[in-house]
Design a protein around this ligand. Structure first.
Ligand code: SAH
Length: 248
């Protein structure tokens, strides 16, 4: 089954954009995923094809009209039932690798890209629309966020990534950041590659990588580290004392 992405946008020409090259582009050409960028304006109701209007209560900017959005969403859903509808919004649930993995395992996704000040609130009351954020930043539109979400999903689809295993040891997959990488030259500007990586001792290398991954997570992302430790506490109920020691 092909992973199908429908993107509702005022700028369909932005798609597939960067997803038309490299791994995702090749996979698109091979039919491993499919995409349809749909112009929201095609669902406008008036003869001027209006998609937005001034905010009720006053203020700067424009707001996307709920009636137009609902028509566009209903159309996409009828064509692609069973797929979650996700609106990209800064206040949405932060996107995680776990959610990406769930989406990639499903039939596809319908993405709704905002512009201007965003969406009329009633769209979230009147339709089952999940809100997802790609970070505590404000973009000018949902398109770059949609491209990001799709890129993360597509690389997980069967047969898309070269080495089948390279998705498993990466950052976030086990709740930790990935260990650092090195490659030739063995020496660069006086800096060498850690000796253990050249030892050929696979057990030692694995242990070094695990410890680096833990150190990096603890220093760079204390929030992830806390969550990782809590998960360990839960799964190893008998070994609680040991985990408390690690936390210190
Ligand atoms: N007035 C809104 C920002 C609108 S930005 C606010 O303050 O929350 C315009 C559009 O860009 C949004 O409707 C949304 O679709 C998209 N967007 C901006 N930042 C985003 C983010 N961090 N994650 C996902 N989408 C984002």
């Amino acid at each position: 089954m092909t992973f199908a992405a429908t993107v509702l946008t005022l700028y369909p020409e932005m798609f597939p954009g960067p997803l038309g090259v490299s791994l995702a582009g090749r996979a698109l050409g091979e039919g491993k995923w499919a995409m349809d960028a749909v112009q929201i304006r095609d669902f406008a109701i008036d003869k001027h094809k209006t998609v937005d209007d001034t905010p009720a209560g006053g203020g700067a900017g424009m707001v996307l009209r709920v009636d137009v959005l609902a028509k566009a969403i209903d159309h996409a859903r009828a064509a692609q039932s069973g797929c979650p509808v996700i609106a990209l919004t800064p206040r949405g649930k932060p996107l995680t690798q776990e959610r990406v993995r769930e989406l990639a395992a499903g039939p596809g996704v319908i993405l709704v890209c905002g512009r201007f000040e965003g969406f009329d609130e009633r769209i979230f009351e009147g339709r089952a629309v999940e809100e997802v954020s790609v970070g505590d930043i404000v973009l000018s539109g949902g398109e770059c966020a949609a491209l990001m979400l799709l890129d993360a999903c597509i690389r997980l689809l069967p047969g898309v990534m070269g080495a089948a295993c390279s998705g498993h040891e990466e950052s976030f997959e086990n709740g930790l950041l990935e260990y650092p990488h090195y490659t030739r030259p063995a020496e660069w500007e006086g800096r060498t590659i850690p000796e253990v990586l050249r030892s050929g001792d696979h057990a030692k290398i694995a242990a070094w990588r695990k410890s680096q991954s833990e150190i990096d997570t603890r220093l760079r992302r204390p929030d992830l580290w806390e969550r990782h430790i809590d998960a360990r506490v839960q799964s190893a109920s008998g070994a609680q004392r040991e985990v408390q020691d690690v936390k210190k």
